[in-house]
Ligand binder design. Structure first.
Ligand SMILES: [Zn+2]
Length: 86
């Protein structure tokens, strides 16, 4: 009988731990969601086209390369010019 009670307590504890981790996981997901307005602001940030030197919002820009070498252009023709130039 005592063993049954111990098992029941263990099961409840396990359930609580699982539930806590699920809530933590959901909280992390929600936390990511709350950073999306900041990301949208990042997309409205002005970036400089290195070819014609105009500033365009990042969300409208055409990008070439990745990471620190990523460059943004106002149009595909500027991007092509940059690629052939370098
Ligand atoms: Zn351009």
């Amino acid at each position: 009988m005592l063993r049954f009670v111990a098992l029941a307590v263990l099961a409840v504890l396990l359930f609580l731990i699982l539930r806590a981790s699920v809530y933590a996981f959901l909280g992390a997901l929600r936390g990511q969601g709350s950073t999306s307005p900041a990301r949208r602001r990042g997309l409205d940030e002005l970036v400089k086209d290195p070819v014609c030197e105009t500033y365009i919002p990042r969300r409208k820009a055409i990008s070439r390369g990745s990471g620190p070498a990523e460059r943004y252009f106002c149009s595909a023709s500027c991007a092509d010019k940059y690629v052939t130039r370098s």
